[in-house]
Design a protein around this ligand. Structure first.
Ligand code: ADP
Ligand code: ADP
Ligand code: ZN
Length: 218
């Protein structure tokens, strides 16, 4: 199964993508997670892309496409994957289509998580994540059992640098300018699954599975 998760920053892509990937037994490939790991490890790629993430701009297409293609070439991705946060530009979407076509493959579905702007801003404002296992929490909506510590590994939770108000604004503008047009691109291909991302994570997940049924296995 080959799925793409789209939606504005803070919509809940990572939260839902993790659940779906786990249930379907496919790797969850998040371009944001790939980039943050490179930055944390101070690799040459990490040094090159740091400023883009800090300011909320998109990393240039050639760098992004290469990084994601590298991950998708790994053995565990052979039978399928769930892409979270990629593609984010028309150029990236076309590069993905070309790569898939070259292997005789195609996407099963593209989920667009739709959430109102006020809710998105609140979700990003309280986001915390585990630096060790990547699990995502929220200070108000999805609290860990022990404040500030991951339920799974006990590590101290961290806020993302780019979740501060200035950068959030920039990321939302970037989304509307460069990523929102992709909705139409995938709609034309008959791949788009619009999912209401409001409500609790369980409610969103139930909706998502229900709507995905019709697409999976095609
Ligand atoms: P969110 O889930 O809040 O939308 P991500 O973790 O997906 O955030 O992305 C964080 C940052 O990483 C983006 O603001 C951007 O700088 C960079 N990034 C992630 N995915 C891409 C992509 N497909 N193309 C370009 N830049 C990306
Ligand atoms: P994205 O990957 O789209 O940027 P995340 O999955 O990281 O979004 O979610 C952003 C923030 O909102 C996180 O703090 C997460 O815990 C929280 N969150 C996700 N889904 C919901 C939901 N349905 N209701 C309330 N908060 C949520
Ligand atoms: Zn953890």
């Amino acid at each position: 199964m080959r799925l793409v998760f789209m939606g504005p920053p803070g919509a809940g892509k990572g939260t839902q993508a993790r659940a779906v990937a786990q249930r379907c037994g496919i790797p969850h490939v998040s371009s944001g997670d790939i980039f943050r790991a490179e930055i944390d490890n101070k690799t040459p790629l990490g040094l090159k892309i740091r400023s883009y993430l800090e300011t909320g701009e998109l990393v240039p297409d050639p760098i992004t496409v290469e990084a994601v293609a590298g991950r998708l070439a790994a053995a565990d991705c052979a039978a399928g994957w769930l892409l979270d946060g990629f593609p984010r530009t028309l150029g990236q979407a076309e590069a993905l289509d070309r790569a898939l076509a070259a292997g005789g493959d195609k996407l099963c579905a593209v989920v667009n998580l739709e959430v109102e702007p006020e809710i998105i801003v609140r979700r990003m404002g309280g986001r915390r994540s585990c630096p060790k296992c990547g699990r995502i929490y929220h200070v108000e909506f999805i609290r860990p059992r022990v404040q500030g510590a991951c339920d799974v590994c006990g590590a101290a939770l961290v806020a993302r640098q780019d979740d501060k108000p200035d950068t959030v604004r920039e990321r939302l503008a970037t989304y509307h300018r460069q990523t929102a047009p992709l909705v139409e691109y995938y709609e034309r291909q008959g791949l788009l699954v619009r999912v209401d991302g409001g409500g609790t994570p369980d409610e969103v997940r139930a909706r998502l599975f229900e709507q995905l049924k019709a697409f999976v296995g095609r």
